[in-house]
Write a new protein. Sequence first.
Length: 365
Amino acid sequence: MESKSYLIFSLNGLRYGVETEAVSEIFFLPELTPVEAAPPDIAGVLNLRGEILPVMDLAMRFGRRQRDYQITDSTIVLEWEEVKIGIVVSEVHEIKEIDASAVETQIAYGRKERYQSQNFISGLAKIGSEIYMILDPENLIRNANTVTVQSETTKRAGNAIAEEPSQEETEGLTEGVPDAIVQNRVFCPNASPQERAIFKERAENLMRATEAQDLAGLMPLAVVGLNGEYFGLDLHLVREFTDIHQITPVPCVKEHIVGNINLRGEVVTLVDIRTVLNMPISSSGEATKAMVVEVADVVAGVTIDEVWDVFYLHPSQIKPVPAAVRPTGKNEYLRGTAPYRSKMMSLLDVGKIFTQGELVVNEEA
């Protein structure tokens, strides 16, 4: 049976796939330069080793409202008939072989006319309990139409967008786009100074016309913040980062168990690793951010203050933990330290914390 290889990624909690043949390269989202003459779904351009690369806000291409970009976002560079364009996604997951029989290309929505966004989605793939929307890279890049963002008035009236927009409506591709999006051509205006520095550094690295860096032997790390300190951990153990909206308390548990959160139907136990690291638990209020880690058969959420970066570290940069850093014998949960942004970053041994440490997470917790 015929099958194709797809790169699986997520955007706003939904899963998508795109043929790997259309993927040129992948990198973490850098600083982009907005261009006034560009369509509103083009977030900006970047200098990619001497070439100008337009980068599309995929959510806006689908007619969604612009979201704040995160330093954990990625850029997938698509190439179709010698045209290259980047798309901003939340997270890149894996490559999957999908049989053609698992892809539904004709979906009936009960509409008399074809819904516009289907121009960009060629089908739906059913893999186990997951459904992946398959992108059509040709239409995504070539199609001049953008799905119109519905106004609040239109939503209240319950009207659907069915007709093709006229030339006057599509001129500049701004019809129906909120004024804040049209007027605000500043890249990531709500980013913190630290996040801006990270975006800028990535852009500068991509600008250099050098040979592709050999990543063999380098360690992919996620950098998070706890109590004003930097901590790095193996990126392979991080399933995702998420905002915490509601915590369900769990009675009669140890101090490190914060409660349970509902992650798209999956109940995940939320823990605070500060107790293991001999750090005071924050008294500023409820946790608002978490990283979901998977160690062996254990899946847990870990409360964090900030997500700072994802990058590659050479093992030669790792130094032993100074005795003064954790003088109470908690060094066993640290793999070492490494320089990060003019400070020292502690490298967490997350596997040891959850399998040999005090943070036992199970169904009875």
